[in-house]
Design a protein. Structure first.
Length: 470
């Protein structure tokens, strides 16, 4: 018994032989109690500040700079912890790959509608699905205008200044010549007849001033290609090839050829770019142009808005579609940024979208225009759906300024349909098509089919053959 008692005593004392004094004095805790004992939280690291690189205008654009500075100021007041950095790089198809490889592109930037597939397929445009999932107005975007950057049901850009091309007419020139005004459902034949009838070459007045210089010529021609049922490019079996040298493409170019050589409806100097045609229109020397030229004509040309008319592009035949090229500028979110920065960039570009603040900004703009005697001439479509709550608010606001906002016939919007710009090397395509137009306008015996075939081969060899579809 003595041995057993001694062993028990040694064992009991031995349990504390290697313990510190704190352990000796601490109360015993079993495993279950240890699990339930609250632990002191580990110190959290302060969140990294978000730096947003803002796509900023060049120094030669003071109006845009003033607008951008105001937008930055308002955003900074709302998100004071966001660091705002300015970057005045402007999108260029020849530079975007270099910028992305060097990780030097801004957090967001503006690009053309023609760049949709290029940006998405190279992974240079962020999928907006995460941002749209929490965005109250995700379903209120104009679906037609979103089309150039929509792939497999996902949006990769926000419309900025999107448009569908229409025709602007000088009603006074029609009235001076006693030519009836065309109606919204006009056809190629009626377009041709109007251009021929109102043309007055002796007095330097063209019935129709089409763009036929730079990339703008091909841009204007593509409207007629679409109206004839054609497409610019074909994608099949993993390859992209030219399609504008089709029967539809020939019809469209032959129509323009007739306007030049048979109707004598084009300006004597037909090698005009965007600004040239607008200047002719403002000077009363062109009865029709392809583009919404109304605002420029009134605000910068001193014309009376009541002497102007907007119509959809003509259809090739009665009952056909009035198709205009759908293009413009779109906001792209840089996918190389962190999810947090991408979300902040999304908030920045949509800051005034669908909001009362956006409406108030529009109201302030209208008040300013009214005071200056200027007008606002909206396109037939904008980033919002017309039947959305915001669309109705915009229309109600426009109605408050009947002398400031140009109103077009609702039938124009109803008939106007948009077809996206060519997806691959769109600007290069336009330039090549402009060359064909110039050949046709220079030589009345030009072989349209042969010229288009030659242009298609050139475009395929130099550009489309290098496109890789993954």
């Amino acid at each position: 018994m003595l041995v057993i008692a001694l062993m028990v005593f040694v064992t009991a004392c031995g349990g504390n032989n290697n313990s510190s004094n704190e352990t000796k004095d601490a109360p015993a805790v079993n495993d279950k109690e240890a699990e339930n004992t609250p632990k002191e939280p580990e110190p959290t690291k302060p969140a990294e500040p978000i730096t947003l690189t803002v796509n900023y205008p060049k120094s030669d654009n003071p109006v845009a700079i003033e607008y951008a500075d105001e937008a930055i100021k308002r955003f900074s007041e709302k998100y004071p912890d966001v660091i705002m950095k300015k970057n005045d790089w402007q999108y260029s198809p020849n530079e975007i790959g270099i910028k992305m490889a060097a990780r030097q592109a801004p957090s967001f930037f503006s690009s053309f509608a023609t760049e949709g597939k290029t940006l998405v397929e190279h992974g240079w445009a962020a999928d907006l699905t995460p941002s749209l999932a929490n965005y109250e107005y995700a379903n209120d975007f104009n679906e037609a205008l979103s089309e150039p950057f929509k792939f497999e049901g996902k949006m990769y850009a926000i419309p900025r200044y999107a448009y569908i091309l229409t025709v602007t007419l000088n009603k006074k020139l029609f009235e001076d010549k006693g030519v009836p005004l065309p109606t919204a459902d006009w056809t190629w034949d009626e377009f041709y007849a109007a251009a021929e009838a109102v043309s007055d070459p002796k007095n330097g007045i063209a019935g129709f001033a089409i763009m036929a210089k730079g990339t703008e010529g091909g841009w204007n021609y593509t409207n007629f290609l679409y109206q004839a049922g054609g497409i610019a490019e074909n994608v099949a079996d993993g390859k992209v090839t030219s399609a504008f040298n089709s029967e539809a493409g020939v019809k469209a170019m032959e129509f323009l050829k007739k306007l030049k050589w048979e109707a004598n409806a084009l300006p004597t100097n037909w090698a005009l770019n965007y600004g040239d045609t607008r200047n002719l229109f403002k000077q009363g020397r062109a009865a029709m142009v392809v583009t919404n030229a109304i605002e420029d004509a009134v605000n910068n040309g001193g014309m009376d808005k009541d002497e102007l008319l907007m119509l959809p592009m003509p259809s090739m035949e009665k009952g056909g579609d009035h198709i205009g090229v759908l293009g413009g500028d779109y906001w792209i979110i840089n996918p190389q940024e962190s999810p947090e920065v991408q979300e902040m960039a999304f908030k920045y570009v949509t800051e005034d979208y669908f909001t009362d603040e956006g409406l108030e900004a529009t109201r302030a703009d209208l008040v300013s225009r009214k005071e200056k005697g200027q007008i606002l001439a909206p396109n037939v479509a904008d980033y919002w759906k017309e039947d959305s709550e915001y669309g109705k608010k915009v229309q109600a606001l426009y109605n408050e300024f009947p002398d400031t906002v140009f109103k077009y016939d609702p039938e124009v919007a109803a008939l106007t349909k948009g077809a996206p710009e060519p997806s691959y090397h769109g600007q290069d395509l336009y330039a090549i098509l402009t060359n064909v137009m110039q050949e046709v306008f220079t030589d009345k015996n030009a072989d349209v089919k042969a010229l288009l075939d030659e242009a298609a081969k050139k475009f395929d060899d130099e550009f489309l053959s290098k496109v890789v579809i993954e």
